[in-house]
Design a binder for this molecule. Structure first.
Ligand code: UD1
Length: 421
């Protein structure tokens, strides 16, 4: 099993280019099922999760061509099955994103239960309620979900989401694009990845309005055509580098960013005294200019503070003098990194969904786990400022979601190595 060895490093310094967004590209790839013609997606990051989605599409009969420059061509015109096998589906939660497009395109889908990061129960009930509202019959068995559209295909409906789930909003949007009539998704997620998906679908000929607000209107169309689209930059990768500059008190120019997408992270870092400035070149972040102070964060659906940056931000807060509180409201079990940070000498106590951090203690290198994708990044950040060596296991989580992780960090001066154990 591969590991990261991280050693205390100088403040990170230099320029870094952000890749295309993992959380955008996975639903975009699933959406390529819909037109029955070739689609092109540009700036696709090379990630394990992308490979899994490629394998899923190939298993359905798709033809995929991934060029070295990040251009991904997907041709699903010869699709010959609507079933995703357990071995593939269990590898990541986003495999469930093919359910909506399969149902819309063929009237049937059978997908084994999704795997992925173990952060909370992560049910798919909201996705399924949406499919049912659109007229599908949904059968849930212990380890798979099967759905059949009604005799006239999917039918437009009004759907209210109990929670603005990103995945459910995307899946329902894709299930509804070819439906008969109009669909409204209320209390929809407003994440930038939803807007990216709506833009891709609209280029195919769909009629989606309101993506990026809490009400999305989808007028069903008869058919869709192949198209080309460039994926948005990864706002979570951007946030990770912002935190890397902050925790090492370094100085970084982060390129290929959408400033609006990282507003909450920038605001919180500024509150701590980190300089975050938008320039013509990109986002300039400097953690070494001011004496830093503690702050509190609370994760929320977009445009609130992203849950995916909670663990990197917590790692940073352990290095800032004073007390701070982190409240996690999106996932019910996303504090597994707390034990790992405490193993490195941090002083963090948790109570339910609240973590209390007494910051300012010198972290010490230790053997720790990447308990999930973003927690793995948090452990690397902690390792950069800890004395001695930090050995991080289970790094396949990190490689699922960050492109060229080690190379990018090394180019900024980080002392990080990937070793095969
Ligand atoms: C997506 C992101 C993930 C991010 C999360 C929240 C992708 C591939 N992943 O995950 O990185 O952390 O958004 O920003 O885009 N829920 C239900 N029932 C459902 C669906 C969700 O109760 O049917 C709950 C979940 O358990 C969780 C919350 O809603 O507590 C948010 O989940 P959701 O927004 O669906 O996250 P994902 O789409 O899985």
């Amino acid at each position: 099993m591969a590991k990261f060895l991280v050693q205390k490093s100088e403040p990170l310094y230099g320029e870094v280019h952000v890749s295309g967004a993992k959380n955008s590209v996975l639903p975009l790839m699933a959406a390529a099922i819909l037109p029955g013609e070739k689609c092109r997606i540009r700036e696709v990051p090379r990630l394990l999760d992308v490979t899994v989605m490629e394998d899923i599409l190939k298993s359905l009969g798709g033809e995929i061509d991934f060029q070295p420059d990040g251009t991904l061509d997907i041709d699903m015109s010869q699709m010959n099955t609507t079933k995703v096998e357990y071995e593939l589906a269990s590898k990541m939660r986003a495999s469930f994103m093919v359910m909506g497009p399969l149902l819309a395109k063929t009237g049937h889908a059978k997908v084994y239960m999704p795997g992925g990061c173990t952060i909370g129960a992560r049910p798919v009930d909201l996705h399924l309620k949406g499919f049912e509202a659109l007229g599908a019959e949904v059968i849930v068995r212990e380890n798979y979900v099967e759905a059949h559209a009604g005799p006239d295909g999917m039918i437009g409906a009004s759907i209210y989401l109990d929670f603005p789930s990103v995945g459910a909003t995307e899946n329902i949007m894709m299930a509804a694009v070819l439906a008969d009539g109009v669909t409204y998704i209320e209390n929809a997620a407003e994440e930038p990845e939803i807007v990216d998906l709506a833009n891709f679908l609209n280029k195919m000929g769909a009629s989606i309005k309101g993506a990026g607000t809490d009400t999305i209107k989808i007028e069903g169309v008869k058919s869709l055509k192949g198209t080309a689209h460039t994926v948005i930059p990864d706002r979570i990768e951007t946030g990770t580098f912002m935190l890397a500059a902050a925790i090492t008190r370094g100085e970084m120019m982060i390129k290929n960013i959408v400033p609006d997408h990282v507003r909450a992270i920038a605001a919180k870092l500024r509150e701590c005294g980190v300089v975050v400035e938008l320039t013509d070149e990109g986002l300039y972040v400097n953690g070494g200019m001011n004496q830093l102070v503690a702050t509190d964060i609370k994760t929320l659906p977009y445009p609130g503070f992203p849950t995916d940056i909670q663990s990197p931000f917590m790692a940073f807060l352990t290095t800032v003098e004073g007390a701070s509180t982190v409240i996690e409201t999106v996932f019910e079990n996303r504090f597994m990194h707390v034990a790992e940070l405490n193993r490195m000498g941090a002083n963090i106590r948790t109570q339910g969904n609240r973590a209390m951090i007494q910051g300012g203690k010198q972290l010490e290198g230790a053997r720790v786990l990447a308990t999930d994708l973003r927690a793995g990044a948090a452990m690397v950040l902690a390792g950069l400022v800890a004395t001695g060596t930090t050995e991080i296991s289970k790094i396949y989580h990190v490689e699922r979601g960050y492109e060229d992780f080690v190379e990018k960090f090394r180019s900024l001066g980080a002392n990080i190595l990937r070793i095969e154990d």
